[in-house]
Ligand binder design. Structure first.
Ligand code: X8Z
Ligand code: ZN
Length: 625
């Protein structure tokens, strides 16, 4: 959830201007300068020294008040109530106002020739806000109120099952374990009532979302972008249209693998549930794939396992039977990073993280990683359960924390991932090394399965990683359409299901009317976290893994490679991490992998033995939907 932190770091800017007289003067002064520049060319041309002074002012705000806003956001996310929502709205309003002001001021330097590093800082400042507000009075506050309300509605959402209120983390677990289609459908449908239920403000998340899109678009246009979607796509060191084409190119590389997986999974589900529930010529019912959003399918491994190639262990059971609790899961993740040569996590990580769900208050359970002071106050916030999914997520979140700490000496403007996909790929890349050999080293299994079990190992992995890609792509395709105006509140839901069918080949278990807002049932929509980052991360993590395995001297198949214990990999990895976003991402990619292109072929290579198996299995089946 890096993006939210970035927003909150911006949220800190304006706090200074409202706190100190000197800062208020600064604010006034800079506002005047910006106004005069746009209104009249009589103002003297800005110089490199002016740009330097401006950058230093922005950096000072980041440093001094990033911490303040991050601490408010942390308290809000780990103790949701009326007051912390109020505080968060306040800080976020101030941050948005300051971010808009700085983005506008940065435009003064558009035509000025600047050294590359300064030019990059100016461009990042212009793109700094996740959701810009227009400058008209009250707009930033309204936007912040809407966003806090949507985040709270999602985080505190519960449904009634058999007379009991059940929260999302428990529902997620149920979607993974239950095999009764009627029960799955019940949970699936009830969860999607939340985005259309009236909140205490008398609105629904769907209405709030439409209002958010209108205000943020107005803000984006004032900053010179077509809409918010264009602004989000502009963060990848490429023209926005080229970036969209780049994601389509990457999808084209892995789609053949997805299509084979889809065909096989549908056939196996048909064996379990029969023709009525899983017709062989239709998209797959979204509630049967072991996940609330059908985004990754690892939980139905047992239904699709290749009988003669099953590796014979279940990571969830291994963790449970070996006395792992949430803290031990995190310690195990830390030990992996330590084996690569990274410093241990600070004491404060253990004191201040939220590792399990507190019993007595509302919290945002969606996992995230934070750096509260831009230095060493790193933490995770999870509601960890002892299972394979959360073991993966622990590594994912720690990846964020180690990245944050690696780039802490960069200018605060450069404290971010080389692109959003890099930030999401670090921990996942490490988790690709949770191989049978590694589990044996941990003492979780006695013997490693032989090569005849590779297809089973790869199937489990593909259900997580390959199944994810079309979802990873369509989340923002949908938002790009919303922000561009191609979709309106009347067509939000139809547009959502059109994309779900086109890319994922899934369908809702029951007909969904235009009144619903099914996209809103996924965390990143009410929380405005862009999602293409995860699509990119799934490509990058295999590229990183391949480069790391080569560096470690591994000669076997990629899926059996574990970089555990390789300090040589750690050193080179760190060289990429400590760059933060100080250079265009191709340079960071090159520093670690030797190539400047994102490329799905490492993922395709990783799964090649499974592809062969799937093609054999699918022979004679009619695939597609
Ligand atoms: O949101 C996350 C992380 C936090 S950045 C837990 N992920 C996406 C999701 O849960 O939908 C990781 C995988 C995709
Ligand atoms: Zn993440």
């Amino acid at each position: 959830m890096i993006n939210r932190q970035f927003r909150q770091r911006l949220g800190a800017f304006a706090a200074v201007s409202s706190l100190a007289l000197i800062a208020a003067c600064t604010q006034q002064e800079t506002t005047n300068t910006a106004d005069t520049t746009t209104e009249s060319s009589a103002q003297s041309e800005p110089t490199v020294a002016d740009a330097q002074a401006f950058i230093e002012e922005v950096e000072k705000f980041y440093r001094e008040f990033g911490e303040y806003s991050a601490r408010v956001a942390w308290v809000n996310a780990t103790y949701i109530n009326y007051d912390t929502d109020w505080l968060n709205t306040q800080v976020s309003t101030e941050g948005t106002e300051a971010g808009v002001k700085f983005a506008n001021q940065a435009k003064r330097f558009n035509d000025l020739e600047l050294p590359a590093e300064m030019r990059r800082k100016i461009e990042i400042i212009k793109l700094g806000l996740n959701l810009p507000a227009p400058e008209r009075p009250g707009a930033a506050k309204e936007l912040s109120e809407i966003n806090t309300r949507m985040a709270s509605t999602y985080a505190t959402g519960k449904i009634e099952l058999d007379g009991e209120q059940v929260s999302r983390v428990d529902l997620e677990e149920m979607m993974g374990n239950i095999r009764d289609p009627e029960r799955l459908q019940e949970i699936w449908v009830k969860w999607r009532e939340i985005p259309v239920a009236q909140n205490e403000n008398g609105t629904t998340m769907k209405e709030d979302y439409a209002a958010m899109a209108a205000i943020a678009n107005e803000g984006a246009r004032e900053l010179g972008f077509d809409d918010v979607g264009t602004m989000w796509r502009a963060r990848y060191d490429l023209p926005p249209a080229e970036f969209a084409a780049e994601t389509d190119r990457l999808w084209g590389q892995v789609k053949p693998l997805y299509d084979e997986l889809h065909c096989h999974v549908r056939a196996k589900l048909n064996e379990t549930y029969g023709d009525d529930v899983v017709p062989l010529d239709q998209p797959i019912r979204a509630d049967l794939l072991g996940n609330m959003w059908a985004q990754s399918w690892g939980n139905i491994y047992d239904l699709v396992a290749p009988g003669d190639a099953d590796p014979g262990y279940d990571l969830t059971a291994l963790l449970k039977n070996n006395g792992y609790d949430a803290v031990k899961m995190v310690e195990t993740g830390e030990a992996f990073f330590s084996s690569l040569g990274f410093e241990p996590l600070p004491e404060t990580f253990w004191e201040r993280s939220q590792i399990t769900k507190p019993a007595d208050r509302e919290v945002a359970c969606h996992a995230s990683a934070w750096n509260l002071d831009g230095q060493d106050d790193i933490r995770i916030k999870m509601c960890t359960k002892v299972n394979a999914d959360d073991f993966q997520t622990v590594h994912h979140e720690l990846g964020h924390n180690y990245y944050q700490r690696a780039y802490k000496d960069q200018s605060p403007i450069f404290q971010g991932g080389a692109n959003g996909g890099f930030h999401e790929a670090i921990g996942d890349m490490v988790a690709l090394s949770i191989t049978p050999d590694y589990l044996q080293q941990l003492g979780l299994i006695d013997q490693t399965p032989d090569a005849s079990k590779d297809v089973g190992l790869l199937m489990a992995q593909a259900l997580e990683k390959v199944a994810f890609e079309p979802f990873g792509l369509l989340m923002d395709k949908w938002r790009w359409q919303v922000f561009s105006g191609e979709l309106t509140p009347e067509t939000y839901n139809q547009g959502w299901w059109d994309l779900r069918e086109e890319y994922q080949g899934i369908r809702p278990p029951v007909e969904r009317s235009a009144d619903y807002f099914d996209a809103g049932g996924k965390y990143h929509i009410p929380n405005n976290v862009s999602y293409t980052r995860y699509f990119i991360a799934h490509i990058l993590q295999f590229q990183f893994h391949k480069a790391a395995c080569e560096l470690a001297g591994w000669e076997g198949p990629l899926h059996r490679c574990s970089i555990y214990g390789s300090e040589a990999v750690g050193e080179k990895f760190n060289a990429m991490l400590e760059m933060g976003q100080s250079k265009p991402w191709p340079e960071a990619l090159e520093a670690f992998t030797g190539t400047r292109e994102m490329d799905g072929s490492a993922m395709v290579e990783y799964f090649a033995p499974l592809m062969e198996y799937l093609q054999e299995q699918n022979e004679g089946r009619s695939c597609g939907w």
